[in-house]
Design a protein around this ligand. Structure first.
Ligand code: SF4
Length: 439
């Protein structure tokens, strides 16, 4: 492989979840600290980084497709370097080079931030680094994602081993940042202009470090920093405590939105998924949250077609969706992930049946979301302006306290402002409104 010319610019494409977005921000900071310049288009980049996801087969297929295109780009520009980092790199390691020999660096989830050193030490040779177990994760400094909002990862990895999930195998065991490190990271971001912070973890509710649990951490973040809005994800029904809900009720800085993956509506399927809660327990949490918070938005994750899921059990998922009325949901059909416990089960729900169930679920949830959003009409929502609408530059796009997208016309609102918007109309996906001049 030709010795690379002086590498100066880099571009990162992120696939997958917020955790990957947060890692990409931190990787960008590590590269910039070493004198590299971040560019917005791949055509300007000496180094192209793909930060990858393995949660579904489709996510990996997309990356391989991308690498096919990039290998042609590399044929035209032999000095171009390609790095594949994150979950897919972690899962495949050297196999990735067999499928995509154009790749120069393959760095797993705990090695992502070593990229600058790897480039310096590789001397132009292909490098694979996938050792898991970066114990002291306080060395990974989070960086704001946008000028006014940012992610602060509070823990990495997961110990739950839900039977369908590949995350524990690609992100390793759960390790927590110290509470002081997290508070300090929030303060640094706020000093840098950030007004909204999302605390991130595969399962934030099981956070525990030196005697500080998640409710206590959230309370400290609200009391000890000047951040204006706090969010957190992702929660797990088996660990979400009433204590956390009480902190939400008592801390106006904590936004009234809980993302609580249900996954399925049948206890038998939940048990085979290894989720460690029942639908009854889940409903109790929902009742407690809605009892403690006057206004709250609830979102979830739902998986259809898990091995052995009968038509009747799928109907139970639909019933839960009707009963709970989530504001919105991420909905998927099951695909076996190599190495997971569920991959050893017979994937006996036919693909067409999975697609049919998913379409039925999406139709129902869209009706429910429309109903939930219609209840927002004539309410005033304090919304964080994110910028202009993608379709119309005269229209501002913002995020309400409940984490809903709202579009409104306003000449005197700028990105980063938190403004009162009176909701005028709503569909299943978006709220529309007008800015309240005075309140
Ligand atoms: S809680 Fe379960 S689904 Fe979530 S990351 Fe951990 S193993 Fe995966």
């Amino acid at each position: 492989m030709e010795k690379p010319e002086k590498m100066e610019t880099f571009h990162i494409t992120t696939f997958g979840c917020q955790m990957n977005l947060a890692d990409s921000s931190t990787l960008a900071a590590a590269m910039i600290n070493r004198g590299y310049r971040r560019v917005n288009s791949e055509s300007e980049a000496d180094l192209i980084v793909l930060n990858t996801c393995s949660v579904r087969e489709k996510a990996e297929t997309r990356v391989l497709g991308r690498l096919g295109e990039l290998s042609r780009l590399k044929q035209k520009n032999p000095h171009l370097r390609l790095a594949v980092v994150g979950c897919m790199a972690q899962r495949l390691g050297s196999q990735l080079l067999e499928q995509a020999p154009c790749v120069d660096y393959v760095l797993g989830t705990d090695r992502v931030f070593d990229l600058p050193d790897v480039i310096r030490n590789s001397n132009g040779t292909q490098t694979i680094l996938t050792t898991l177990g970066r114990e002291n994760i306080d060395t990974i400094t989070p960086i704001k994602e946008t000028p006014f909002s940012g992610f602060v990862t509070i823990s990495r990895g997961c110990d739950n081993y839900c039977s369908y999930c590949i995350v524990p195998y690609v992100r390793g065991k759960e390790r927590a940042h110290s509470a002081d490190f997290i508070i300090d990271s929030i303060r640094k971001m706020v000093a840098d202009g950030v007004v909204e912070i999302t605390l991130l973890g595969q399962n934030v509710n099981s956070y525990s470090c030196d005697g500080t649990d998640f409710p206590a951490l959230l309370e400290r973040a609200a009391r000890e920093t000047d951040v204006r809005r706090l969010r957190f994800m992702t929660s797990h029904p088996k660990d979400l405590s009433r204590k956390l809900v009480d902190v939400m009720a008592g801390q106006p800085k904590v936004m009234p939105h809980v993302h609580l993956p249900l996954q399925a509506g049948s206890n038998r399927v939940l048990q085979r998924m290894g989720r460690e809660y029942t639908t009854e327990h889940y409903l109790e949490i929902i009742d407690y949250i809605r009892g403690a918070l006057d206004y709250v938005c609830l979102t979830t994750d739902l998986l259809v077609g898990f091995p052995g899921e009968t038509g009747q059990e799928f109907e139970m998922t639909l019933k839960m969706v009707e009963q709970i009325e989530f504001d919105s949901a991420f909905m998927f059909r099951y695909s076996a992930r190599p190495g997971t416990a569920a991959a050893r089960l017979e994937d006996d729900v036919p693909e067409e049946e999975k697609i049919d169930r998913l379409n039925k679920l999406i139709r129902l949830q869209n009706q429910v979301s429309r109903r939930r959003n219609q209840r927002e009409v004539d309410q005033v929502r304090f919304s964080l302006v994110e910028g202009t609408s993608r379709r119309d530059k005269a229209v501002m796009r913002a995020r309400t306290e409940g984490n809903k997208t709202v579009l409104f016309e306003a000449s005197n609102a700028a990105a980063g402002d938190i403004v009162p918007v009176r909701i005028t109309t709503a569909d299943a996906f978006t709220l529309h409104g007008r800015m309240e001049e005075t309140l």
